[in-house]
Design a protein around this ligand. Structure first.
Ligand code: F6R
Length: 236
């Protein structure tokens, strides 16, 4: 495990972007696992800037996102597909057909999970998986006490998550109740993992994830067992 502690959110973002950029330079047809959430936005901004300066080429890059809400189509502003298009894909020369986000409106969600894992497998594991960490230690939508050996699966969102998301929707009935997420096992099959965390409020959970017991109670603690984990954080 490599831990890079940076001064603030901006330096964390630049550092994470450098690692991702180096991956593209070394292997232009890299397959990335990507995350949404607030933490990676700065790294995505930096990658866009380097692309615009002519320093990065995404033309051969492929991506697979960690998770998506069930019931939201890609043009819904709260969908993770929409987030990725707006935070990264629309601003670089990636072929949109080479970007994959679980299809939250698939008729057969189970088949969609199997399609996703089949793809991950066909790539022999993703080259670099970017992750954020939730306040309870979740990675993707793998909440505490999810088995470590789960593949991509459908999760029922906790009432607290549904309530917290309600502000983004017209009514509570419109808030998704389920999501598709890559499982801990699918995540761990990546060749390299890059975990980003920022803010004092993430300090305790990050310490527990990296140095505490490896337990499904803290899903991110599974990462201690990965043989190529880099953590870039500004949590002091
Ligand atoms: C996002 C995801 C989540 C977030 C986590 C941290 O695709 O899978 O696990 O990485 O909730 O979110 P932020 O970065 O908003 O603190």
């Amino acid at each position: 495990m490599r831990i890079i502690r940076t001064e603030d959110y901006n330096s964390m973002s630049r550092c994470a972007a450098k690692i991702m950029a180096a991956q593209i330079v070394l292997k232009p047809d890299s397959i990335f696992g990507l995350a949404t959430g607030s933490t990676p936005i700065g790294a995505y901004k930096q990658l866009i800037e380097w692309y615009k300066n002519g320093d990065l080429d995404f033309s051969l890059v492929k991506t697979m996102n960690l998770d998506e809400y069930c019931g939201l189509s890609g043009d819904h502003e709260q969908s993770y597909r929409y987030f990725m298009n707006h935070q990264l894909f629309n601003h670089v020369n990636i072929d949109i057909n080479n970007t994959d986000v679980p299809n939250g409106i698939a008729d057969d969600l189970q088949a969609e999970c199997e399609r996703y894992d089949g793809l991950v497998k066909s790539f022999g594991g993703l080259d670099l998986q970017l992750l954020g960490i939730g306040h309870n230690g979740h990675i993707g939508f793998n909440e505490p006490n999810t088995e470590f050996d789960k593949n991509t699966h459908v999760v029922d969102l906790k009432q607290s998550t549904i309530d917290a998301n309600a502000r983004f929707f017209k009514s509570i009935d419109d808030v998704p109740k389920q999501a598709i997420t890559m499982g801990n096992k699918s995540i761990m099959s990546a060749k390299k993992i890059l975990l980003v965390a920022s803010g004092k409020e993430k300090r305790d959970i990050l310490e527990r994830a990296l140095y505490g017991p490896i337990t499904p109670e803290v899903p991110a603690s599974v990462l201690q067992m990965h043989n190529d984990l880099t953590v870039v954080c500004s949590v002091e």
